[in-house]
Design a protein around this ligand. Structure first.
Ligand SMILES: [Zn+2]
Length: 253
């Protein structure tokens, strides 16, 4: 079975056919999905989906894009959501200096507050980082004891080594199938297999040959197949190992 560790089924792009789509997952070999939130409203929607489907779990957090809009009491709201047994992580959280939808100082403050919350709750984090490598490493180093995954990893092998040394898992999306993926494939090739998880980041990041389409967990096997090709293993073995890794990452028995 495949574990899609990052798919936004709370996104409105799934409103028209969410139930129909999720009903196809088991038969397609997708056995577990984590739906990470982008803000409090999206966390509540992800929670409702997780309550309806036993194979869907969710994470509660405020994405850097939404950091400036976080209400005064957002940490209290996250604490309440995290008490749900289906809430497996604080996420997604982090820094995005590509879009800068929230001022950078606000992004850093909200990220730090949520890292401290994760440590307090003893939950893993799901980290989003774009064009903010140095600040991300600084903030993570300032919060020892925080564990989790760097999602949609597309950075260098040098940065990957630092994150792996800190104990983080790395999540890989359909980006590994893109033509310009040489840098990320170096990481896929060299990193320890036991720290690798797979994801779709649906509805975004659809792998080749579906690039540009709405993505879903039905395409996560394409990520496993590309990794299998790079590592010289069978896709079944990649599925099995990343399934176990995902369960360890999110404390699932
Ligand atoms: Zn995401």
């Amino acid at each position: 079975m495949l574990f899609d560790t990052h798919a936004h089924y709370d996104d409105e792009k799934f409103d028209a056919d969410r139930g129909e789509l999720l009903a196809k997952m088991r038969a397609a070999g997708v056995g577990l999905i984590v739906d990470p939130a982008s803000d409090i409203a999206s966390a509540k929607k992800a929670q409702a989906i997780a309550r309806e489907y036993d194979f869907v779990l969710f994470a509660a957090g405020v994405h850097p894009h939404e950091a400036a809009g976080a209400a005064e009491a957002y940490l209290e709201e996250l604490r309440a959501l995290a008490a749900d047994p289906k809430c497996v992580a604080v996420g997604e959280i982090g820094l995005d200096y590509h879009y800068d939808f929230s001022p950078r100082d606000v992004q850093r403050r909200v990220y730090g507050e949520q890292l401290r919350l994760a440590r307090e709750l003893d939950k893993p984090v799901i980290v989003h980082e774009r064009e903010a490598v140095a600040d991300n490493l600084d903030i993570l180093k300032a919060h020892p004891g925080v564990r989790g995954v760097i999602h949609c990893y597309s950075g260098s092998w040098e940065t990957a080594k630092i994150l792996l040394d800190m104990g983080f898992y790395l999540g890989f999306t359909g980006v590994v199938t893109f033509k310009n993926a040489r840098r990320v494939l170096e990481v896929v090739e060299k990193m320890p297999l036991e720290r690798m998880v797979i994801e779709t980041d649906s509805p975004y990041m659809a792998p080749v040959p579906h690039r540009g389409e709405r993505n879903s967990s039905l395409f996560v096997h394409l990520v496993a197949e590309k990794i299998a090709e790079i590592r010289g293993m069978s896709a079944g073995d990649v599925a099995r190992v990343t399934w176990e890794n995902g369960k360890r990452l999110f404390d699932l028995s």
